[in-house]
Write a protein that binds this ligand. Structure first.
Ligand code: ADP
Length: 500
């Protein structure tokens, strides 16, 4: 039953563990994938937003530029002032249709000559006809080339560069700074050096990077994973919690099964002991009854002429009736104890007469079976508060056992002395003894060494349980020392005051 129950737990647990492991792998992979996709979406969205902002600021600048040109033409002072208000614009050149530089009056910087030449080539002729804007990258610097139709005068080609520091400050910081995300967004330049990141990157791992389409063609927007956070780790953490809960559940189920199994075993054992008890008690009662009946009938028929024999028969009848009473008392007391109805009537009692009376009841069987009886009652025994009937009965049970379980050496020794502030009663025999592993169990109700046919001796298995109950009801205890084949010694210790 236990192996079956264990298999019933272990087999599904193994299946769940294997399935769990497989799905953990898949779960991790798909979590990673999903996370990447989300990060990519997020990056594209952020990049678009940056582009829009930049475009918006540039459009506004071009509009203001158009307005200024409309009013004053390419007036250097007005344009200088306008440029001063547009930090995003690094350098500005205006070129007319014939390729002449309309602004700045000082002429182009030497390093920009190539850009201007490229811008002119880019513009001719489509841009002059259809208008619009172009992106131009020159030596890592992104330039905007756009046609501006002024209200008055002829159209001009605007060539402007963006100031990276201003872009970082005015566009990236305002656009990306407010975005909430579990990842870190950063903008990298053409050499992959971070231009901007909301928090220091430290040793964060780069997940992916997307390029800007226009406005910042040399830069890229990258998504970084914070150190210690990855979808794989998050999944693992969740799985660890789940596994712990699973293990606890399994342990609880296992403990439940073990407890149920033990309970069931105890119950079956108890049922068996009870049925043995009924059989044993009936058998125990029957024997003295049939003896009494036989002797009674023989006497009644007047067949025994000899007076001595007749006396002997009467004695047997009396002895067997006493034995019967003891048996019935034991069973009745036991049932009272079981029902919690046993009350003890304690009073100051002299110990010596109690011991002698108990032994007197066994005088006949002891003599008949040739027992050597040693009685050692200390002279100065104090009176003890106890229930004389109950203690007498306990002592009788011990003596009865000593007779019942005697072996070849028929010796009975009964002691009574003061010890540890109380009374010590000991009953020792040199009988068959009790194996050490059984010694603790013999005081349990119904328990008999080697089941009901204990070494071929009659008994109900409640005698010692009663002795133990009497001892404990008096606040005392009962102990056994025994060696198989050598004999047993039971000691009943009761405190002097008899309090439980
Ligand atoms: P029983 O009616 O079987 O004697 P008890 O409760 O008196 O029941 O004793 C329980 C068991 O303890 C006995 O069945 C017997 O095996 C063992 N036992 C008790 N007393 C002795 C003894 N003096 N010597 C050997 N075995 C004993």
């Amino acid at each position: 039953m236990s192996t079956l129950a264990l298999a019933a737990i272990v087999a599904p647990a193994t299946i769940v563990a294997v399935l769990g492991w497989v799905s953990l792998r898949q779960w991790e992979a798909s979590a990673e994938l999903l996370f990447r996709e989300q990060a990519r979406d997020m990056a594209s969205m952020a990049a678009e937003k940056v582009e829009m902002m930049l475009r918006h600021s540039e459009d506004a600048f071009l509009e203001r530029l158009g307005a200024a040109l409309g009013e004053t033409g390419p007036d250097a002072r007005a344009l200088d002032a306008l440029l001063g208000q547009a930090p995003l614009v690094g350098r500005l050149y205006l070129v007319d249709r014939r390729g002449r530089l309309a602004y700045p009056p000082a002429g182009p910087r030497a390093e920009d000559a190539v850009v201007l030449a490229r811008a002119r080539a880019e513009a001719a002729p489509g841009l002059w006809e259809r208008g619009g804007r172009r992106e131009l990258v020159h030596e890592d610097q992104a330039w905007l080339v756009a046609l501006l139709r002024a209200r008055a005068g002829e159209p001009l080609l605007v060539v402007l560069s963006r100031d990276p520091e201003a872009v970082r400050r005015e566009i990236l910081e305002t656009t990306l700074g407010g975005l909430e995300s579990p990842t870190i967004l950063a903008v990298l330049d053409s050499q992959d050096r971070p231009v901007y990141s909301r928090v220091p990157l430290g040793d964060a791992r780069r997940l992916l990077a997307v390029g800007f389409r226009e406005g910042l063609p040399t830069w890229r927007l990258a998504v970084y994973q914070r150190p210690g956070f990855s979808p794989r780790q998050a999944v693992r953490r969740q799985v660890a919690v789940f596994m712990a809960a699973f293990v606890v559940l399994l342990a609880v189920i296992l403990a439940g099964i073990v407890a149920t199994w033990r309970l069931m075993r105890r119950e079956t054992e108890m049922a068996r002991l009870k049925s043995d008890f009924v059989a044993n008690v009936s058998h125990d009662l029957k024997t003295p009854l049939s003896v009494i009946r036989m002797f009674g009938e023989t006497l009644e028929m007047g067949r025994v002429a000899d007076e001595g024999r007749r006396r002997e028969y009467y004695r047997v009848i009396t002895r067997e009736s006493e034995r019967l009473s003891r048996l019935i008392d034991n069973v009745l007391d036991f049932s009272r104890i079981e029902g919690g109805r046993r009350v003890y009537d304690k009073a100051q009692t002299a110990v010596e007469p109690l011991v002698r009376d108990t032994l007197d009841a066994f005088a006949y069987p002891l003599a008949q079976q040739g027992f050597k009886v040693e009685v050692d009652v200390a002279a100065d025994l104090p009176e003890v508060v106890l229930d004389a009937d109950a203690v007498g009965q306990a002592l009788a049970n011990l003596v009865d056992n000593a007779i019942k379980y005697a072996g070849e050496r028929r010796v009975l020794r009964v002691e009574a002395r003061a010890a540890e502030g109380g009374l010590l009663l000991a009953v020792a025999d040199q009988g068959i003894g009790i194996p050490p592993e059984e010694q603790a169990r013999i005081f349990e109700k119904f328990y008999r060494v080697g089941r009901s046919e204990t070494q071929g001796r009659r008994g109900s298995g409640v005698g010692l349980a009663l002795v133990k109950h009497v001892a404990e009801a008096h606040g005392g205890r009962v102990r056994v020392e025994s060696r198989p084949g050598e004999g047993s010694r039971f000691t009943l210790w009761l405190p002097r005051a008899g309090d439980a």
